[in-house]
Design a protein around this ligand. Structure first.
Ligand code: MN
Length: 353
């Protein structure tokens, strides 16, 4: 038996053709959808609806209110409490290909492999779709969707509300922006800049997007950021930062776990820091870890930490410079274990002394 490899199995044209012939389509993404998941769902749904193909968006897990507001007009279904009925003849799964990320919908999707299209930019995933297009070099899943939407013949200016807001171009930009730290990460290369220019020319309102996505936190978020930063421990010659938020912090501030995204990036502003980790424990016995690392100073140098590999040590994963994992132990145990794992990862990458 050969090991499964998570890679493309169908061309963009074949996927576009399959989509065109669909009667009623379900579009979904990973649990607790982020900007790329929401942007990808919105882009696919708007493109298919533009072709008069009945399309529903299904989201699962907590959706932050700012992202939910962007796609209010698409009237997404939430699973749970609802679960889809049987009348979808095509399911499109975007920005993930992993069963573990598909939450309550995994049971529904598990019996429908032949009618699932997967579109993704992650390195790892499962064999859940019969037609799959994976481009791990793409900065966002929305970037992977652009040639598909072009193949469908739908203009990027399509969609949006009566106010002319949140078109396909803006949905694509949402994913591209949020998955690249607003056009900063290594993954945002020349093709990203070219796409960004195309999106602006298609009328994407970047300033409005920033205000809607980045500037609408609740005060609780910045209070949690303060606690996270106060907890920061600099390890391994200050190359590694470990931050932890416990149940006490959640209780004291009244913050929700889903409003902490991005806090893990803040220690990256410190010179010499190669990897940053934020551990959060919002319920007993369950710790969530977010990992970030910097690309090497010199292109091609092996001196960087692959946090996808670090997270994989604990059954998690993601990207080279951004990943996550879950731990079923106490915060203290996770901290001790990570300290060792990160120490050996730094050593293996050639950071010594
Ligand atoms: Mn993504």
């Amino acid at each position: 038996m050969t090991a499964f490899t998570y890679e493309t199995t169908a061309t963009i044209d074949a996927i576009a053709e399959r989509m065109r012939s669909a009667r009623k389509v379900l579009v979904t993404s990973h649990e607790k959808p982020d900007g790329d998941a929401i942007g990808s769902c919105a882009a696919v749904a708007r493109a298919l609806r533009a072709l008069d193909i009945e399309t529903d968006v299904w989201l699962q897990g907590a959706v932050t209110p700012n992202l939910a507001a962007l796609i209010e007009d698409l009237a997404p279904h939430l699973a749970p409490p609802k679960l889809p009925d049987d009348d979808y003849d095509l399911c499109v799964v975007v920005d993930t290909g992993a069963w573990t990320q598909l939450g309550p919908l995994s049971e529904y999707l598990a019996t429908r492999r032949d009618s699932i299209i997967g579109i993704d930019h992650h390195r790892r995933g499962d064999d859940l779709a019969s037609m799959r297009f994976v481009d791990a070099s793409a900065a966002s899943c929305t970037q992977v969707l652009v040639p598909l939407i072009d193949a469908l013949g739908v203009p990027l200016t399509e969609g949006g509300t009566a106010a002319g807001w949140f078109s396909i171009a803006e949905a694509i930009m949402l994913g591209l922006a949020t998955d690249t730290g607003w056009f900063r990460f290594e993954s945002f290369d020349a093709s990203g800049f070219i796409l960004g220019a195309r999106l602006l020319e298609a009328g994407a309102d970047k300033n409005r997007l920033i205000r809607m996505v980045e500037e609408c936190d609740r005060p609780q978020r910045i209070l949690m950021a303060g606690r996270a930063l106060a907890s920061a421990r600099f390890l391994h010659s200050d190359r590694c930062v470990l931050m932890a938020l416990g149940q006490d912090d959640f209780k004291a501030v009244g913050a929700r776990p889903e409003e902490l995204s991005g806090i893990v990036n803040q220690p990256m502003s410190v010179a010499g820091v190669e990897v940053s980790v934020l551990l959060t424990q919002s319920e007993p016995g369950r710790v969530k870890g977010s990992f970030r690392s910097k690309p090497p100073m010199d292109p091609g140098s092996p001196r960087f930490i692959d946090v996808n590999q670090v997270a994989a040590c604990f059954g998690g994963g993601g990207h080279i410079h951004a990943a996550g994992a879950r731990f079923e132990s106490t915060l203290e145990e996770v901290i001790a274990e990570l300290e060792r794992t990160l120490g050996s990862a730094l050593q293996e990458a050639g950071f010594t002394g």
